[in-house]
Design a protein around this ligand. Structure first.
Ligand code: 13P
Ligand code: SF4
Length: 298
């Protein structure tokens, strides 16, 4: 099946973008593997006729928003990010009415409709830089309240208002202080994603996006890493740095990230499905918010 996928990809001038949490057999066939910021940047740069996004829906929507003239498909239609569902356009409109001086920063793990109402988007790799670039003291930030708490700690002069206060990722909030303690007993460096709970972030040695973990591990060092994010990240790190020791949490699994199988990827290339289609006004509003993020620098 791998050979068929490669042949179809070449014949259709397609590019495969895969997130770091995708199964390794999908990563092996991808042209680009990265965090959500890497995927957005590469989506913007591609000259391919067909863009296949192996990840969750908001990633494919971001690729489409940056490529209105190209066909963008996601191999499994219902691969979604449950965190994104915490934020609705109505919440943003109501919060704007109540905080007239605030800027609205929307995490890319959100719907295109929410992005269209944002002043700027961010990813976990650039959230601090994006918020720091804004003049406003008050920032409405959603949907991840733990990433909001991270930005607040890094930028104490800002007032970050999480929107909604309960927005979270079930995979990352599965890491607890007991996991920190267990890792400390065995030794090594704890690296956590900023979607983890604030008390876990405070005890970690490093906080990084998934792309930040890839770059950070390249700095070398021989100490084992405890990787507090989705467990496939550890497969990726082991693949990139075969001599190093990385530990995962076996039950830290994002179910939606595992929905895409090789057969789905083959079908997506063959039938060019499932195509991402968004209303033009939503595309334009969201594009402006994403472009503002990219202008802050990657
Ligand atoms: P990254 O931007 O770090 O890849 O995170 C995306 C995500 O969904 C984390 O769960
Ligand atoms: Fe969404 Fe969490 Fe899965 Fe990332 S790991 S895609 S935030 S549910």
């Amino acid at each position: 099946m791998e050979d068929e996928i490669r042949a179809l990809k070449a014949r259709k001038n397609a590019v495969i973008l895969a997130h770091n949490y995708q199964p390794m057999e999908i990563q092996a066939l991808a042209d680009v593997v990265g965090d959500s910021l890497d995927l957005a940047v590469k989506a913007k740069e591609t000259g391919a006729d067909l863009i296949v996004v192996c990840g969750v829906r908001f990633m494919a929507e971001t690729a489409k928003i940056l490529n209105p003239g190209r066909k963008v498909v996601i191999p499994v239609e219902d691969a979604v990010c449950p965190l994104a569902d915490y934020l609705t356009p109505e919440m943003i409109l109501e919060a704007r009415r109540q905080h007239t001086d605030a800027a609205v920063v929307v995490y890319v793990n959100s719907s295109a409709e929410c992005k269209a109402l944002a002043d700027v988007t961010c990813t976990s790799a650039n959230a601090v830089r994006v918020v720091a670039s804004l003049q406003n003291e008050e920032i409405l930030f959603g949907p991840d309240a733990n990433l909001a708490a991270y930005v607040q700690r890094e930028l104490p002069d800002k007032k970050i208002i999480p929107l909604p206060p309960e927005g979270h990722c079930y995979v990352h909030t599965g890491f607890s202080l007991a996991d920190v303690e267990a890792a400390r007993k065995r030794g090594g460096i704890i690296v956590c994603h900023p979607e983890c709970l604030p008390e876990v972030q405070e005890q970690a040695d490093r906080i990084a996006s998934t792309g930040g973990m890839v770059r950070g591990a390249a700095d070398g060092g021989n100490e084992p890493w405890w990787v507090f994010t989705e467990r496939e990240m550890v497969s990726r790190l082991r693949y990139l740095y075969p001599g190093r020791v990385f530990y995962e949490k076996p039950d830290a699994v994002c179910k939606d990230m595992k929905k895409i199988k090789l057969a789905d990827l083959l079908r997506a290339l063959d039938r060019e499905e499932h195509e991402i289609v968004l209303p033009p006004a939503v595309m334009e509003g969201a594009r402006q918010a994403i472009e503002r993020m990219l202008a802050v620098g990657v």
